[in-house]
Ligand binder design. Structure first.
Ligand code: PLP
Length: 445
């Protein structure tokens, strides 16, 4: 049989979709309902179907291709590493692994200086839990309801959102607390109320039984929830007081997405453990990591670290991460996300002012969301919790027809472009959002 170069597609979009659906499973979906976009190539903030239909990638795929598609610096670094040493097992030392650990130590907060590499975010969180349990000798883990921490068994249990339900009962020992946000109808707790609730749960559970509190620094897929001022500092204080390790899940919020290397820096807090993936390689290759503070790493000098993965510290992924971090630095993408984040905020505010179906907009850096409502006085969401509606489906269809790809979930849609987006590209995307909202405006009572 002749070799097939899948990098040069020979299939039509229709053939790709049909064969993909016949032999592979799509995530979080009943298979008959999925309607994937066939993708052949991507560059910058755009991707294309085999037939040449162009999409603006307004979600950076899965909030992860932060440096944009097809950056030759990363592609070449991967190719070079593949040619020299594609793989070495995790008991060995390699140059990309050595350099990446050192580089991450220089950009992560405080005295976080040691990293365990994984295949992605879920495994980073799994290993953070293991490290916290082994370090503290305690077993309970606090987590929040409006959260997503990944699709593996432990990370599914940490996850608070409905994706967890089908995976229950999950791992033992996970305790959940409320978030400061209670949905668009009820709104936000004050920082003080939110912290008091956490304290109360800790008292009732027994602080001496709790190893860690895991939380997304800015909650991602559950609504771009930016914590109120003082919340993160308060969580840090509570954790310190009780000897509970604070685990910052920065899988989505890290690597410039919020206008800082890591979102936790907005509140000057140093977590004990920090989990990352997505933007670490901008998804050019799979890689996650859990970073730990110096004294936690010291614990594992004489204690065995019980954890391992065949692809831990994969040389090609580490090389991709180093090149990606180089791109953030060389092109000043963290600063750029801050700057373009101001434009995103203004454009979101314009949508909110103009469209009655916009109930709330939230953003930080280039992580943004629009929440849609059908009633301006009750703020009833345009789709129910964990559900959809004809109007949300029509909006998603419109975006797709118009060549704008983004995440449409429940009563929300996301605005998370690659950090390289220009002002004119941003305005081009917002012109489509603006026209789409005419559909949802018609549903407002
Ligand atoms: C905040 C957060 N944590 C963890 C994960 C899981 O990462 P992965 O899918 O790479 O396992 C995600 C993925 O979307 C995420 O958004």
């Amino acid at each position: 049989m002749a070799t097939i170069d899948v990098a040069i597609p020979t299939m039509t979009g229709e053939e790709m979709v049909a064969l993909t659906k016949k032999h592979t499973l799509f995530e979080w979906s009943a298979q008959a309902k999925v309607d994937p976009i066939p993708v052949a190539r991507a560059k910058g903030i755009y991707f294309w179907t085999p037939e040449g239909k162009r999409y603006i990638d307004f979600n950076s795929q899965l909030m992860s291709v932060n440096i944009g598609h097809g950056d030759p610096r990363v592609v070449e670094a991967i190719a070079r590493q593949a040619a020299v040493l594609a793989y070495a097992n995790p008991f060995m030392a390699t140059e990309p692994r050595a350099r990446l650990g050192a580089k991450l130590a220089s950009i992560t907060p405080g005295d976080i200086d040691t990293f365990f590499f994984t295949n992605g975010g879920a495994e980073a969180n799994e290993n953070a839990v293991k490290i916290a349990r082994q370090f503290t000798g305690r077993h309970k883990i606090l987590a929040r309801y409006r959260s997503y921490h990944g699709g593996t068994a432990g990370s599914m249990t940490l996850t608070g959102d409905p994706r967890r339900w089908a995976c229950e009962p999950g791992i033992p020992g996970v305790i959940r607390v409320f978030d400061p946000y209670h949905g668009i109808e009820r709104g936000w707790d004050t920082t003080q109320q939110a912290l008091q609730t956490i304290e109360e749960v800790i008292q009732l559970e027994g602080p001496q039984t709790i190893a860690a509190f895991i939380l997304e620094t800015v909650t991602g897929s559950n609504g771009v929830l930016v914590p109120p001022d003082g919340y993160m500092q308060g969580v840090r204080e509570i954790c310190t007081k009780h000897g509970i390790l604070m685990i910052a899940d920065e899988v989505m919020a890290g690597f410039g997405r919020t206008g800082k290397w890591f979102a936790i820096e907005h509140w000057n807090v140093v977590p004990d453990l920090i989990c990352m993936a997505k933007g670490l390689t901008s998804s050019y290759l799979p890689l996650g990591a859990v970073g730990m503070r110096h004294h936690i790493a010291q614990h594992f000098q004489d204690q065995v670290f019980y954890g391992g993965l065949t692809y831990n510290s994969h040389p090609m992924s580490c090389a991709a991460a180093l090149a990606t971090i180089g791109v953030y630095e060389e092109d000043h993408l963290i600063e750029r996300a801050q700057e373009m984040g101001k434009l995103l905020k203004t454009l979101l505010a314009d949508l909110a002012a103009k469209h009655p179906s916009v109930g709330a907009v939230r953003s930080i850096g280039l992580l943004g969301i629009v929440e849609l409502i059908r009633n301006r006085s009750t703020k009833e969401p345009l789709a129910p919790f964990n559900g959809t509606s004809a109007e949300m489906a029509a909006l998603a269809k419109f975006f797709r027809e118009q060549g704008l790809y983004t995440f449409v979930r429940w009563n929300t849609f996301f605005t998370n472009p690659p950090l390289i987006i220009t002002e004119s590209e941003m305005r081009e995307a917002f012109a489509i959002l603006d026209r789409g909202l005419e559909i949802t405006d018609r549903a407002v009572l």
